[in-house]
Unconditional design. Structure first.
Ligand SMILES: N[C@@H](CCC(=O)N[C@@H](CS)C(=O)NCC(=O)O)C(=O)O
Length: 229
């Protein structure tokens, strides 16, 4: 267990892949945290209180005493520097760059295109908030849209990792890229029906994650706010 003076607070939604990245990182670093659920389906992220924490209204948000950090990439960097006992960025320069590249492909070129706010309308009280594929293009288009962008990203990752992946993304040690990639693969399979037969390296990595307790504890279905049935 890493040296930790105060309990961290994580604002999270069970199915949010961005929150899942940080749950994995916290588990890998052995950091205890208080889980604060934010229900995106009920629009709790749009409340003035939550937007004081993160003006763009997205989870995750990490609170560490007086420090409030949002955006999973920034949260990762903060935790990596504050809790270096279990490092998740390799010191090898090339491996480090590859970690950042993989994490960025997930968080800049895949996940934003499958974000709920992009895909589906949200009803909050009596207002319907829409500016999404479901409304602008059509309800049947939202899954194919997301799937196209996920598969494009997965195809690129397969090519990129061909000469680098070991048991995990950059070798035989779990690192940052794994924490970002695992929730994206999980979402691709469970939420968007991606056929993983086209992505053998990612399939193998996903199998490796499935036996790591730090990853499994972080998965959507194991969160306190996940629906029970
Ligand atoms: N770049 C941000 C993206 C955060 C983000 O998109 N979070 C999603 C959940 S994974 C969210 O809160 N969506 C709100 C919505 O769909 O309205 C990060 O990496 O933390």
């Amino acid at each position: 267990m890493a040296q930790q003076q105060n309990k961290l607070k994580l604002y999270s939604h069970w199915i949010s892949s961005c929150s899942c990245r940080i749950r994995i990182v916290l588990n890998l670093k052995g950091l205890e945290y208080q889980y604060i659920p934010v229900n995106l389906r009920k629009g709790e992220h749009l409340s003035p209180d939550f937007q004081k924490l993160n003006p763009i209204g997205y989870v995750p948000v990490l609170v560490d005493c007086d420090d409030v950090i949002s955006d999973s990439f920034a949260i990762f960097m903060y935790l990596e520097e504050k809790y270096p006992q279990i490092p998740l960025l390799p010191s090898d320069l090339h491996k480090k760059a590859l970690n950042i590249q993989v994490a960025n492909i997930v968080c800049s070129s895949i996940q934003p295109l499958q974000n709920r706010a992009v895909l589906v309308c949200l009803r909050v009280n009596l207002s319907l908030l829409c500016n999404c594929i479901e409304e602008k293009v059509g309800p049947d288009e939202k899954i194919p849209w997301a799937k196209f962008h996920i598969e494009k990203g997965f195809g690129a990752l397969e090519k990129l990792l061909k000469d680098h992946a070991g048991r995990y993304v950059t070798g035989d040690e779990v690192s940052m890229a794994d924490a970002f990639l695992a929730p994206q693969i999980d979402a691709g399979i469970k939420r968007f029906n991606v056929d993983m037969a086209r992505f053998p390296i990612l399939t193998r990595l996903n199998e490796a994650y499935s036996v790591l307790p730090e990853f499994q504890k972080a998965m959507p279905e194991n969160q306190p706010d996940a629906p029970t049935a």
